[in-house]
Ligand binder design. Structure first.
Ligand code: ADP
Length: 590
């Protein structure tokens, strides 16, 4: 297990370094600065030896003059190199994180719908925010320490070997022990980090639910339950952070104790050698001791590097997994312009998961160009699923869906979706201007006259004019400053602006006040004119005007026909009409 973990660590790190490649010049400069830092480290004890032997012992005037000057010069060079390396690495790593975040975001935009079903929003968000910054730590601090400190260690050891190789070897007999401690800690921390990132995702998710769902929480008195869930999750995060610290903090002192053993050995062996009159001068012995002392901080940092390194690698793992996740299949190469809008479902079956229950079976219907097909039926029957197959959010498990007689799988995703527009139950408005929300996704700046015309058709012009900046007014997050009816009319305006031949409409179930309702209905009427419309219907007026009504129950179409025909038949539809739509009529449709 440790071997495979290490191998994939190396691969992960190498992959991370490919992101550094575009900035290799700046990177090389940093590495150069760090080499200067590392090489200047053994120069400190190397200066101490002549300083002691030449000044205190033999009182050589030349040495007494030059060594202090050299010392100051040495620290000047070190200071400069340190600055260059610190700033340079930060710059390179910020670029790496920026590029990773961009790549992540672009891939999130292309992910199949299934991915969003299987992964919580919080987890996806924390990959872009938290995990990528962990990768930054791996890319900067870890690299700094790895390059600078390992070079320093090599330089110091080389100097010590040169001073007295026997003494050095004696001291380093204990080195494998250090390596073992480091390795054990690394494996544990990697695992803990992976778990910690998952927990962070869950905590973010819980937080996001509290922010987005604050109204529901308030009305249903969900505060204690939410607070308890958050408490539970954030406590898990805390516990894992402490566990990580335990693994990290145990490694440091262990290494230091081994260091103390080395020192004891040094004094024992070193003083005996001096006694034999074989080797070290006083200056040499002090230089050796200093070099050994200088060796500990970088070794300690090298062992401490495991935590950010393992955290960074665990983060890199999840970040790369998201970047590598295959996008929506888009193999169809057939390009079409504007379709006429004939939509056909032919023996369509669907299951959300391979081997799962069949959610749709044998769905057959044709929506002729410009006509409206209303899907009605009990909740959970499969209406939304039918609608989500049209833009190819999912592919049918069997059967075909045809647009103008062409299997939609043969079409490019762009070609297909250019011919579709959608108005959902809870209209998604983006944190941008009213104009940008209406012209969403369309290239080029929207023309003011065009916008006005569309807004008027969507019965939205009146309220837009009343906004402080009109079309340039910024809609707050999720359109919080607009009423439900206004948001719906903006969504309708967006669909009108796109002017696609096929419309997928999921009517809002929530009742608006009669005035808003009337306005939304009027806007919808404009929108559905001359457009093939597949509507998940909740309103009596919609089904009454539909050209074809499909009653969907348990994944099948159990009845089909026009309103009057179905009512006369006295089947499923009649029951539905009596229980569901009649009530609507009494409420919102007086
Ligand atoms: P309706 O729109 O008629 O209320 P849906 O199409 O939403 O019905 O749901 C049909 C069935 O598919 C339900 O049993 C529902 O639980 C299931 N379902 C809906 N969405 C998903 C999904 N993303 N993953 C798995 N099952 C789903």
């Amino acid at each position: 297990m440790p071997d495979t973990a290490e191998l994939s660590s190396r691969q992960l790190y190498l992959r991370l370094l490919t992101h550094v490649r575009p900035y290799w010049r700046q990177f090389a400069l940093c590495v150069l600065a760090m080499i200067v830092m590392a090489l200047s480290e053994p120069a400190i004890p190397a200066l101490l030896k002549p300083l002691l032997d030449g000044t205190f012992v033999t009182k050589d005037p030349e040495t007494m003059k030059w060594t202090p000057i050299l010392l100051v010069g040495l620290f000047f060079v070190r200071g400069f190199a340190n600055f260059v390396a610190d700033v340079g690495f930060e710059w390179v790593s910020s670029k790496v994180v920026y590029n990773l975040r961009r790549e992540l975001f672009v891939n999130i935009l292309r992910l199949p719908t299934r991915y969003f079903d299987e992964n919580s929003t919080g987890n996806i968000i924390s990959k872009v925010t938290y995990n990528s910054s962990q990768v930054a730590a791996a890319a900067t601090r870890v690299l700094t320490v790895l390059i600078k400190d390992s070079l320093t260690v090599v330089g110091l050891i080389a100097y010590m070997l040169w001073l007295d190789w026997r003494l050095t070897l004696a001291v380093f007999l204990l080195l494998p022990l250090v390596a073992w401690v480091v390795r054990v800690a690394a494996v544990r921390m990697r695992r803990l980090n992976r778990q910690l990132q998952g927990m962070m995702g869950d905590m973010t998710h819980c937080l996001e639910e509290a922010v987005r769902g604050h109204r529901v929480i308030k009305v249903f008195g969900g505060q204690p339950a939410s607070a308890q869930r958050f408490d539970h999750q954030s406590n898990w995060v805390r516990r894992f952070q402490v566990k990580l610290k335990v693994a990290d903090a145990a490694a440091g002192p262990l290494v230091e104790i081994i260091g103390a053993l080395m020192l004891a050995l040094l004094i024992y062996v070193g003083t005996r050698q001096v006694g034999d009159g074989e080797a070290l001068t006083v200056g040499g012995f002090v230089a050796f001791l200093t070099a050994l002392g200088l060796l500990f901080p970088p070794i300690k940092r090298l062992t401490g590097i495991n935590q950010p390194l393992q955290r960074g690698l665990a983060a890199a793992e999840s970040v790369f997994a998201l970047i590598d996740h295959p996008p929506e299949p888009d193999s169809g190469g057939r390009v079409i312009g504007r379709a006429e809008g004939r939509l056909e479902f032919r023996d369509v079956c669907f299951r959300y998961r391979d081997g799962g229950d069949e959610v749709l079976s044998g769905i057959n219907f044709v929506a002729e160009p410009g006509k409206t097909v209303a899907l009605v039926g009990p909740s959970g029957g499969g209406k939304s699923t039918i609608a989500s197959l049209i833009p190819r959010f999912y592919l049918p498990s069997a059967g075909t869906i045809l647009l103008d007689g062409i299997d939609i799988r043969e079409l490019s995703l762009e070609g297909l979706r250019n011919n579709l527009s959608m108005v959902g139950q809870d209209p998604m408005l983006f944190n941008d201007t009213v104009a940008a929300n209406i012209a969403f996704g369309r290239p080029g700046a929207p023309k003011p006259q065009e916008l006005e015309r569309i807004a008027e058709a969507a019965h939205a012009l009146e309220f837009i004019r009343k906004l402080p900046e009109g079309f340039d007014a910024l809609i707050g997050e999720d359109g919080v400053r607009l009423s439900g009816g206004q948001r719906q009319r903006l969504a309708i305006a967006r669909a009108l602006y796109k002017d696609a031949p096929v419309l997928i409409l999921d009517e809002a179930t929530s009742a608006l006040d009669s005035e808003s309702e009337r306005q939304v209905q009027a806007a919808l009427q404009r929108l559905t004119e001359h457009r093939t419309t597949i509507v998940i219907a909740h309103r009596l007026s919609t089904i009454e005007h539909a050209d074809l009504i499909l009653v969907v129950k348990d994944g099948r179409i159990v009845e089909r026909g026009a309103h009057a025909e179905l009512l006369a038949a006295g089947g499923e539809y009649t029951t539905l009409y009596n229980t569901q739509f009649r009530r609507d009529q009494a409420g919102a449709f007086q």
